[in-house]
Design a protein around this ligand. Structure first.
Ligand code: HEC
Ligand code: HEC
Ligand code: HEC
Ligand code: HEC
Ligand code: HEC
Ligand code: HEC
Length: 321
């Protein structure tokens, strides 16, 4: 009775345990881990550099297939508590072990993960303006590029990322990039330190949705500019934000504009534009510098003539004797 009972229990257990074990083992076997991919992608003897056509720009470039796992773990996705594995993004390799097709689909950042920021960006007026001007809007990967690969999506404080955003904006807004670099923010940034403390283009204008400064909801519009500057300048007020973020005194456009306004006798326009005063200061400063150095130069020149003259006189006197 008792023995029979035990057998029964064994039988019962067998019924459950075996299938459970089977499923567990099968589960272990199919759960693709990062290590499954790193077996090749972490080994320089198995993967190297290959030529690829860039999905975004169409350019041919040489890409390393070697994956720096540490850099990935440091990236926005690597740090995330979601514990992303390689196939979460490279979906076409799900269930594929070992060797795989050399060409895969580009990773889709939008459909399953970031449709919200994508809509905000793609349907915003900024992208619309780019299309109107027949400029190709940068893709997600271009603004969120990592040092070695788009795979290493940087966190938002990352210095490389912040400098890269500036570079992207500057590709289309050369003039504003130039004037930004005339300003203290840009000067500090171009010294190579694009730290979170110094304003880059997006700190003042935003990243996905960028509006013209004349629009009320723009980050540098009348309503919000104090808030924007206060992120870094505690106690910024209406007076503080009159600071000129893009000083144009080294740009010919400013002088042409002022001459045009003068021609039209539109003195009010000139008087109300803070750029005019910066220009005056700049011109006065250059005037003083030019005056000082040219007087100095003239003085040296005269001195030199005099020395020459005296030397000649001396020589002439010598020759007589
Ligand atoms: C057996 C070795 C091996 C394993 C395992 C492996 N790969 Fe690869 N992978 C390669 C090689 C080799 C290339 C480069 C192909 C070529 O020569 O063009 C490559 C290329 C790639 C590419 C670039 C594709 C493209 O279109 O440019 C990606 C992405 C990739 N692998 C991801 C993965 C992921 C994710 C895993 C794990 C699921 C993985 N690989 C596992 C060897 C491997
Ligand atoms: C958060 C998404 C994401 C994860 C997770 C991810 N990758 Fe990628 N990976 C990308 C993107 C984006 C690219 C750039 C190419 C593209 O747009 O498809 C890329 C490119 C690659 C390439 C081609 C070389 C290059 O730098 O362009 C390889 C190889 C690769 N990944 C392997 C891996 C391996 C191995 C893992 C796991 C350790 C992994 N990836 C995890 C997004 C990811
Ligand atoms: C013109 C550059 C640019 C482009 C293009 C761009 N972003 Fe961003 N994105 C930014 C900036 C700037 C931020 C602000 C924080 C930072 O600097 O990372 C940001 C923040 C984010 C964040 C952080 C979370 C959030 O919403 O605050 C996500 C996620 C994101 N972007 C996804 C995307 C996706 C997906 C795309 C493609 C549809 C995209 N981005 C295109 C510049 C860009
Ligand atoms: C692919 C080209 C391109 C890139 C990259 C780009 N812009 Fe623009 N941007 C434009 C165009 C085109 C306009 C429309 C006005 C014009 O013709 O200059 C515009 C307009 C603007 C405006 C005025 C608002 C408006 O809607 O007219 C601001 C501010 C601006 N961009 C800032 C930025 C910043 C900051 C970045 C980087 C995060 C950036 N842009 C990246 C092309 C670009
Ligand atoms: C300290 C904040 C700040 C930074 C940093 C900054 N801007 Fe501006 N930007 C402004 C303000 C304020 C205006 C409006 C007044 C003006 O034109 O000077 C403006 C105007 C513009 C305009 C003209 C359209 C408009 O909205 O009036 C463009 C384009 C622009 N900025 C692009 C850039 C780019 C590109 C960068 C980075 C290279 C950048 N800005 C960095 C504050 C900033
Ligand atoms: C991301 C942070 C950040 C933002 C946003 C920012 N700034 Fe700055 N700004 C700095 C830093 C850092 C310096 C250089 C150190 C310093 O002198 O405070 C600086 C310097 C300045 C200076 C030089 C004078 C001074 O304070 O020594 C002015 C003026 C200025 N910023 C105005 C503005 C205005 C106006 C805005 C908003 C349109 C703005 N900043 C937005 C970080 C920022």
């Amino acid at each position: 009775m008792l023995r029979k009972g035990w057998v029964g229990i064994y039988r019962q257990a067998g019924l459950w345990v075996l299938p459970t074990l089977f499923f567990l083992l099968q589960g272990l076997a199919t759960a693709q881990e990062t290590s499954d991919c790193m077996e090749c992608h972490g080994n320089p003897n198995k993967v190297g550099k290959v030529a690829r056509i860039d999905h975004d720009t169409g350019e041919i470039k040489v890409v390393s297939m070697l994956v720096d796992e540490k850099a990935f773990l440091d990236s926005a996705h690597g740090r995330s508590k979601e514990k992303f594995t390689c196939i979460d993004c490279h979906g076409d390799l799900s269930g594929v072990y070992g060797e795989h097709d050399p060409l895969l689909k580009p990773v889709d950042c939008i459909t399953f993960c970031h449709d919200d920021p994508a809509a905000e960006y793609q349907e915003g007026s900024h992208v619309e303006h780019m299309k109107e001007k027949e400029k190709r809007p940068p893709t997600c990967k271009e603004c969120h590029m990592g040092v070695n690969s788009a795979r290493e999506t940087p966190v938002k404080d990352d210095k490389f990322h912040r400098a890269y955003i500036n570079k992207n904006c500057g590709n289309c807004h050369e003039e504003y990039m130039y004037t930004y670099c005339t300003n203290l923010h840009g000067q500090l940034t171009s010294l190579g330190e694009c730290s979170t403390e110094v304003a880059n283009c997006s700190d003042c204008h935003g990243g996905h949705e960028i509006l013209k400064s004349s629009e009320p909801d723009s980050m540098v519009g009348e309503k919000k500019i104090v808030e924007t500057c206060s992120k870094c300048h505690a106690g910024a007020d209406k007076n503080f934000v009159r600071h000129v973020a893009h000083p144009k005194f080294k740009r010919p456009e400013l002088y042409k504009g002022i001459l045009k306004a003068l021609g039209e006798r539109d003195i009010k326009k000139i008087a109300l534009d803070p750029q005019s005063y910066l220009m005056l200061i700049f011109v006065a400063y250059m005037g003083i510098i030019t005056f000082t150095f040219s007087s100095f130069g003239l003085h040296s020149l005269l001195m030199w003539f005099r020395i020459l003259q005296e030397e000649r006189k001396g020589e002439e006197g010598h020759g007589h004797h």
